[in-house]
Design a protein around this ligand. Structure first.
Ligand code: UDP
Ligand code: MG
Length: 320
């Protein structure tokens, strides 16, 4: 039996890259189908994440019947758009699903390697970029710092792997059971277990258009990643608290000794400094705890991760 592959492509204001992306994916699908590596029932599913430009009308106008589209009712964010695509692909009985950014930064040719690993029995195949030479120095260094912090917090992530990956049907079904609303897919997938493999590729420049991940979004994404997978930051605060209590006790002892030995100098500097220091530490502590409480608040609402407005397909019924 041939593999029914779904390639999920999240698109947010991607009118500039869509024609080229669909052309490249079409050619790749032709070749893979001709070689018998994927079934003719395989599809590319473009997920329009509430774009404000012509993205959706362009998806609807795509000639190729293998191209389908899902329009989300609002901008749910990259992770939720990928989740939506994977959910829909699962409902359409795919054997495997691949998520791929619309901007051609992740080389579609790596899909051949993904499929090879899949045929060899891997349920999870990670696309890992060989080098980050196409990224700015800033993006590269912040990304490195992020992976280090994640690692130190005990969350397992694959270095230099973004959201370009293949999941077999059973890995996909397992992933879709995860109930959290704050999605951080690259931290969730390693938790699945299953046999996995890495496939390396060169990450290109964005083909056209500009990044939909400004610094603000990136920072909040990193914060989500860290606080979704680890309670270590809270523990760190407890340790810090104990440390400061011990320091305080030592300082108190010193003050008492100075008092009794007659060296007591009423130190304005030390008083003011400790007020600032303790105040700062307390604020950080409250902030970190607040992050977790905020997360609990969001999770308890159990809001849907995406809302589907339309599904566009030239095929009458999904593959069974
Ligand atoms: N994206 C999305 N919803 C968003 C932001 C981005 O679906 O709210 C998509 C975007 O269209 C692209 C992918 O997520 O296919 C990655 O975004 P981008 O290339 O802008 O991020 P970068 O590569 O700069 O980190
Ligand atoms: Mg990109």
């Amino acid at each position: 039996m041939n593999t029914v592959l779904y390639i999920v492509v999240p698109c947010y204001n991607e009118e500039a890259v869509l024609p080229e992306t669909s052309r490249r994916l079409g050619l790749l699908m032709d070749d893979l189908t001709a070689k018998g590596e994927i079934s003719p029932a395989s599809r590319v599913l473009f997920v329009d994440d509430g774009s404000r430009d012509k993205t959706w009308s362009m998806i609807e106008a795509l000639e190729d019947a293998r191209f389908e589209g899902a329009k989300l009712a609002h901008n749910a964010g990259h992770q939720n758009a990928v989740w939506a695509g994977m959910t829909l692909a699962c409902e359409r009985n795919c054997d495997a699903v691949i998520s791929l950014d619309a901007d051609l930064q992740d080389d579609p040719e790596a899909i051949r390697g993904f499929l090879k690993a899949y045929r060899e029995g891997c349920d999870v195949v990670y696309g890992v970029r060989k080098s980050r030479t196409t990224d700015t120095v800033f993006k590269r260094s912040t990304a490195e710092a992020f992976y280090k912090i994640m690692g130190a917090c005990g969350a397992e992530v694959v270095n230099n792997h973004a959201d370009y990956r293949l999941l077999s049907r059973r890995a996909l079904e397992a992933l879709l059971q995860f109930g959290e609303v704050n999605l951080f897919l690259r931290g969730m997938v390693p938790l699945l277990g299953f046999k996995s493999e890495k496939v390396y590729y060169d990450r290109a420049e964005r083909f056209a258009g500009e990044s939909k991940y400004p610094l603000k979004k990136m920072l909040s994404f990193a914060m989500d990643g860290i606080t979704s997978f680890s309670v270590k930051p809270i523990r760190f605060i407890t340790v810090l608290g104990i440390l400061f209590a011990l320091l305080g006790a030592a300082f108190g002892l010193y003050a008492l000794v100075s008092l009794f030995t007659g060296h007591a100098v009423v130190g304005w500097t030390s008083t003011i400094m400790s007020i600032w220091l303790i105040g700062g530490v307390q604020l950080i502590a409250i902030g970190v705890i607040g992050e977790y409480i905020g997360k609990i608040y969001m999770e308890t609402k159990r809001r849907p991760r995406f809302i589907l407005e339309t599904y566009h397909s030239k095929n009458s019924a999904p593959h069974k």
